[in-house]
Design a protein around this ligand. Sequence first.
Ligand SMILES: [Zn+2]
Length: 303
Amino acid sequence: MDALLPAISSPAFEHVQRALDLLGNSPPQTLLLEGGTELQRQDAARYWAARLNCPQAPAAGAPCLACPACAQIAAGEHLNLAAYDGRISNREDEASPGLVRALTTDNVRELKKTLRDKTRDQGQRVVLLSGLEHALRGSAANALLKALEEPSPFSSFVLLAVQREQILPTLVSRSFCLTLPWPDSRDIPPDMQPWLDALARFLRNEKSEDASFLERTAAKGALDQTSALALLLCCQKTLAPVLAGEQAASPLAGIFARMDAEKSSIFSRWLFEAQQSLTAGVTPARVVEALAMRLFVLLRKKN
Ligand SMILES: [Zn+2]
């Protein structure tokens, strides 16, 4: 059942789900989710949106994670769910406006207009805000701060960040902060290690006796949806301590450590998009290969 939100379906996240269930009885206007990996933060935010929009949640005290509303939220497609990411450029947003929009002044203005309206159903509007550390400058930032300050009885904002220090103190002080379990890079399942090593060799363009990354993904039945999701999660787990400034503990971590802040945030977003493609049913091997090749090119761009 919890497979709707795979990144937070492990027992380690049960207390996070229960905390969000309780919080749903009187939702704070602004919730801050820190810790965990980006995938885990996004899934926790969607769990929150499900808590506030699943028709069964008011009576059950928890979302069912099985009804159409919960499924739409997990896919990021529910009418009451809006997502903005400060890492998306205006150009990207105009060329192909996706489910997640850029934090531009125009988009924030549009958002502010909708905040005044009641939602069409019993649910609550949930606005996810990521990449704020890249966006909170200029006129878009001012417009967004105003929107967050005004009371919006039909809306709940969710700020997502690696740690709360990345977010303006004025915003943190008005948020309910919830910390997800910090990812542990030692916690890589043994069956995933060969995949990560092969990925590191692929990214370094290094020859080896062992099966190459693309040979592995091309092998029939080698990579199903579950193992592809596990692989993405392992990439996140490898990236998180690197972003926190820890010393690289594996060949793959060493490669990630050489990315500047912009590249690592692009890569974080790609990981999240790849997870969405997998959940939407795209062939796992294609998703993982495309991600590896985009990363290969990204690593060779000048910082
Ligand atoms: Zn439901």
